[in-house]
Design a protein around this ligand. Structure first.
Ligand code: UDP
Length: 468
């Protein structure tokens, strides 16, 4: 009997990992006839995903879920914790090992295990079970390079110049000068989250081990987007298979979404449909970042002064203490006359709505790819991790947006600056606004090219699958 290919996709339980991993699972079932995918993440993330979509199935028969308890079943605060990463490793080793073993016992062994970054241990586990493995990198290839060279000679230079934000460095494969302030925030060793750097370091050590199971890194980017960066790390070339975003409107609306947050209603789509083409400002900072009260007020003031309709995602703070009253925006009533505030939305559906003219974004990598795929220009407002690097690429490499400049004294971006950038992008301001809109459309077409039959990402993905 012919063995049908079987994949295990292991995703770290945060929104920014779940979304592209689900899109990867779905792409696998599309590209490989008869393929089955087992999607593995934490019990807590799986519970939220199913609760928010009202279904325990993926909506795709060929994808099944096998969640495991990472010890944080009731409390979704994984990004806060080194302990969570360690527990996820300890318990995941056991649970994923059992799944691989049961595949073998059933006579249907897994063809390949694909794991999201931060979970390098999964490659060793796969090797123990004689299953090939591939890592799924979900940030730009440029950021992969920056980390790689940070651990291969640049760390001392970064440390020695950490107090000088405009100190400029060059990285192979990165055609832009990168300053200290453009680097991923985990490289700032004075912050509390710097322990993450250890997981990145381990990732490269594992990928470079002589006897490693595999050196394959699938990347959610595409050759044309980062032609030099994708090939700049010697033996560790990335395979560009992206952008892995929902392919069309039907998919945007399907059950096959992994939302960890709940929409209160879907009125916003009807509301967007009443607005003229490219007139609405969409504002969202992803699934983790929270703006300070002062910054929220500046944003609100800018939106009111700009005077165009807007859709603003402000996530509910149910799990973040009881200071909700203090957080209430002073001009909420006025805001709601002009725009809509929602706790969560179907972002790809929003970005592909014709009314959207601009995306005020924290520049998370998924949001960045989604803006490129939808041809929507960006006003970048990076917060942490690699978002500053992404914003730099948006502004200086692809020229599909501008980056907000914070005030030197208090680090706040003032309403005048937000309004200036909105005018530039939405009203085609006299500087480079028109070019930005044109470039956004150009990149939207290049995304279509890369992902269609015969396009670079499609070819790369097929070539990888043939090696298995
Ligand atoms: N997202 C969404 N609705 C929202 C806000 C975000 O569907 O209201 C999705 C967005 O489309 C993206 C993901 O959540 O796929 C956020 O990932 P990203 O890498 O942009 O940022 P992170 O949340 O990891 O900071």
């Amino acid at each position: 009997m012919v063995q049908l290919p079987r994949f295990l996709v292991l995703a770290f339980p945060v929104q920014g990992c779940i979304n592209p991993s689900l899109n990867l699972a779905k792409t696998l079932t599309r590209l490989v006839p008869g393929a089955q995918v087992t999607f593995v993440t934490s019990v807590h993330a799986h519970r939220l995903m199913t609760m928010n979509k009202g279904s325990s199935s993926s909506g795709y028969d060929s994808v099944s879920f096998a969640p495991f308890s990472d010890g944080f079943d009731d409390n979704f605060t994984p990004v806060n914790g080194e302990r969570h990463l360690e527990e996820f490793r300890r318990r995941g080793w056991q649970a994923v090992g059992e799944i691989l073993e049961s595949g073998r016992k059933e006579g249907r062994p897994y063809t390949c295990l694909v794991y999201t970054f931060l979970l390098s241990w999964a490659a060793d586990l796969a090797a123990e079970h004689n299953v090939p493995a591939a890592m799924f990198w979900m940030q730009p290839a440029t950021v992969f390079n920056i980390y790689y060279y940070y651990f291969h000679g640049h760390r001392e230079i970064v440390r020695d110049n950490s107090k000088n934000p405009s100190f400029s460095l060059s990285f192979p494969g990165v055609p832009l000068a990168i300053t200290i302030k453009d680097l991923p925030s985990f490289m700032d060793e004075s912050t509390a989250n710097t322990y993450f750097i250890r997981f990145y370091q381990e990732m490269f050590e594992d990928l470079e081990k002589e006897n490693t199971n595999t050196k394959i890194v699938l990347a959610n980017t595409f050759d044309e987007l980062e032609p030099e960066a994708i090939r700049a790390t010697g033996k560790l070339n990335l395979i560009g298979i992206g952008p892995l975003v929902p392919a069309d409107q039907a998919e945007n609306k399907s059950l096959f979404q992994g939302d960890l947050f709940k929409e209160s209603s879907r009125d916003y789509i009807d509301w967007l449909n009443t607005k003229p083409k490219t007139t609405v400002v969409y504002v969202s900072f992803g699934s983790i970042s929270v703006l300070s009260k002062q910054q929220m007020e500046e944003m609100a003031k800018a939106l009111l002064e700009f005077g165009r309709p807007f859709l603003w995602v402000i996530r509910e703070k149910s799990d973040q203490g009881d200071d909700e009253e203090d957080d209430e925006l002073s001009c909420r009533e006025e805001l709601e006359k002009l725009g809509m505030i929602v706790p969560w939305c179907s972002q790809m559906e929003v970005l592909s709505n014709e009314s959207i003219g601009c995306f005020v974004s924290h520049c998370g990598w998924n949001s960045t790819l989604e803006s490129l795929a939808s041809g929507v220009p960006v006003v970048g407002f990076p917060q942490w991790v690699e978002q500053g690097t992404n914003a730099k690429l948006i502004e200086e490499m692809w020229k599909t947006g501008v980056r907000l400049k914070p005030n030197d004294e208090d680090g706040i971006v003032k309403s005048e600056e937000i309004k200036r950038c909105l005018e530039l992008v939405l009203l085609g301001g006299k500087e480079n606004g028109v070019e930005i809109v044109k470039n956004a459309k150009k990149w939207q077409n290049l995304v279509k090219e890369a992902t269609r039959e015969g396009g670079s990402s499609k070819k790369n993905f097929m070539a990888f699958l043939k090696t298995l």
